[in-house]
Ligand binder design. Structure first.
Ligand SMILES: [Zn+2]
Length: 90
């Protein structure tokens, strides 16, 4: 996320996403990828090296691909509900 919006100049750096973005990313990946992948029997029958070698890189790519998008959504949510960041909460 860019600290200053290139389109409108709004200061996005004032919003603190903290752990919300990784939390929602893990929540989404867990429910949309890891849960459904357990339906496929290959997870249980294929050699462990093959399963880990294929699923872990895919999970890393999906997680790191989703993280900036979800962080932007968290920042957008903070902007929508609070307006300017509340600096009295530390
Ligand atoms: Zn903007």
């Amino acid at each position: 996320m860019q600290p200053i919006c290139p389109a409108c100049g709004h200061e996005n750096g004032q919003y603190r996403a903290d752990d919300a973005a990784p939390y929602f990313t893990i929540l989404a990946v867990g429910h949309l990828v890891i849960g459904p992948i357990l339906v496929f029997p290959f997870i249980l029958t294929a050699p462990i090296g093959l399963v880990l070698g294929t699923t872990l890189p895919a999970l890393v790519v999906v997680t790191l691909g989703l993280l900036p998008v979800i962080k932007g959504a968290v920042i957008g949510g903070l902007w929508a509900v609070r307006g300017p960041a509340d600096v009295s909460i530390t």
